[in-house]
Design a protein. Structure first.
Length: 142
C-alpha cells in the first residue's frame, strides 16, 4: 500500500534512509550519512512531501518530493529491494506529475539501471560539492 507519510514516522524514515544510504553508496564513507541523519529527520522530511510503501503494517520504502516534480530520493529497505516497491513508488509519482527529475550518483550503478528502466534519461552531469562524487540529473517526461 502506498500512502502519505505521517509526521510521527520521521524517526523510522530517517533510520531507513540512513541504512539504505550507507548500503547503496559504498563509495561514500558511512560517516557522511551519519552526520546528516539529524538534518534528514528534522528538516528534509518535514519540508518534503513523502509517500511510504507499507507492507503488513511495516514501512518498507518511501519517496520524497523536495519540490514539485523533483524527487529527493527513493529508499527501499535492503531486504525488500528487487520486489517492485521502487516501481510502485515511482508509479505514484508518475500519477502526480507529467515531468519528474532526480539526482543519482554516477557510481550507484543499481539505482542508475533502475531509473533507466523506468524511462528516466540523464540530462546533465555535475560534481558533488559535499562528496566530490559525480551525479546525473535524470528526467522523465510523460
Amino acid at each position: 500500500m502506498i500512502r502519505l507519510a505521517r509526521g510521527t514516522e520521521d524517526k523510522e524514515l530517517t533510520y531507513l534512509w540512513l541504512n539504505v544510504s550507507i548500503f547503496s553508496h559504498p563509495f561514500i564513507r558511512a560517516g557522511f550519512w551519519q552526520q546528516r541523519a539529524n538534518a534528514v529527520e528534522h528538516n528534509y522530511l518535514r519540508t518534503s512531501v513523502t509517500y511510504v510503501a507499507e507492507e503488513d503494517g511495516e514501512i518498507v520504502g518511501f519517496i520524497s518530493f523536495v519540490r514539485k516534480g523533483f524527487i529527493g530520493g527513493i529508499f527501499v529497505a535492503q531486504k525488500q529491494q528487487g520486489k517492485g516497491i521502487g516501481t510502485l513508488l515511482l508509479a505514484q509519482a508518475k500519477k502526480m506529475f507529467t515531468t519528474l527529475e532526480l539526482d543519482v550518483y554516477v557510481k550507484n550503478k543499481t539505482a542508475l539501471a533502475f531509473y533507466k528502466q523506468q524511462d528516466f534519461i540523464p540530462v546533465m552531469v555535475y560534481a558533488g560539492s559535499e562528496t566530490g562524487e559525480d551525479s546525473f540529473r535524470m528526467r522523465w517526461d510523460q
